[in-house]
Ligand binder design. Sequence first.
Ligand code: SF4
Ligand code: SF4
Length: 355
Amino acid sequence: MAESSIPWGRRTQQAPALEAMHILWITAGLGCDGDSIAITAATQPSLEDLVLGAIPGLPQVHLHHPVLSYENGDEFLASWFGAAEGRLDPFLLVVEGSIPDERIGGEGYWAAVGVDRETGQPIPTCAWIDRLAPRAWGVVAAGTCAAYGGIHAMEGNPTGCMGLPDYLGWDWRSKWGLPIVCVPGCPVHPDNFMEVLLYLLKQAAGRAPMIPLDENLRPAWLFGQTVHEGCDRAGYYEQGDFAEGAGSHQCIVKLGCWGPVVQCNVGKRGWMAGLGGCPNVGGICIGCTMPGFPDKFMPFSEIPPGAMLSTTAVAMYGKAIRALRRFTQASMNREPERRAGSATRGEAGRLPATP
Ligand code: SF4
Ligand code: SF4
């Protein structure tokens, strides 16, 4: 697995520990707001835990989210203008949705939020990112669309949309020295995202070193293993027990699961409160946390090319190993010989026949 490109222990430039942090959350990229919806299900920690200050040692959090904030209209946008003009600081910028290329927008625009006070024209999402990113303490891409372009950036892509690293540059750093942090997933995993937010708040408070990221700017500890390595069905794969149709408890690689090569912890973590998680509950992994998603994983629901070879090899080994295990299992299902003839169990550990 890829080494972290940013070593543990390297600290940001912040001298003082920050006592408060505004979180400005843009949902006006090209997306479905699914990441915001997913995050409301988080428990480790929950959004409420952070906003209500239930976790000690963190800066006080002020959340500015178009759906979750109490303010709306001009009152809501006041914090955005304030941040863009340097009056609201420090803040963490969270971007949700793919970033369109407004250079090819013609006379219109692809995505916007709010109205320019001087021109009366809508303010494109790109313009907000241009205004806010240079002043941000850090920038986080929530979900695969914001991280790598996602579904909107698949082949064809009429809006020319892209992820934040392609928009700002992969080597971009905030004024505090933080790289872009990408938390991919379609949608993002609720607890993965909140764990990253928690980490960054700890870092802002001076209680954690620089967040370790892999070469695709994903938090290294969350995306260092494959789905397969944490999947409930991995035992079936190893024995060559492959499902031929839906509704089976066996490994679903032949139905199109890409888990053996996809970096995602959902198999191990589950989806909500440890429950669910795509292949655990019968859904093939379609690689939604990967920069190559979706193009490189299509067509969905067909056996991945590499899996043809591996499943053929595993099937031969699995057939032999299953037979040996059944033999051993039969033996282990019998009590030791020395217990044979006990008053209650009868001969050789077997229950007496019912009269
Ligand atoms: S269902 Fe997918 S992730 Fe799970 S064991 Fe099979 S191939 Fe691996
Ligand atoms: S298991 Fe696969 S499809 Fe499911 S969230 Fe992870 S990468 Fe996406």
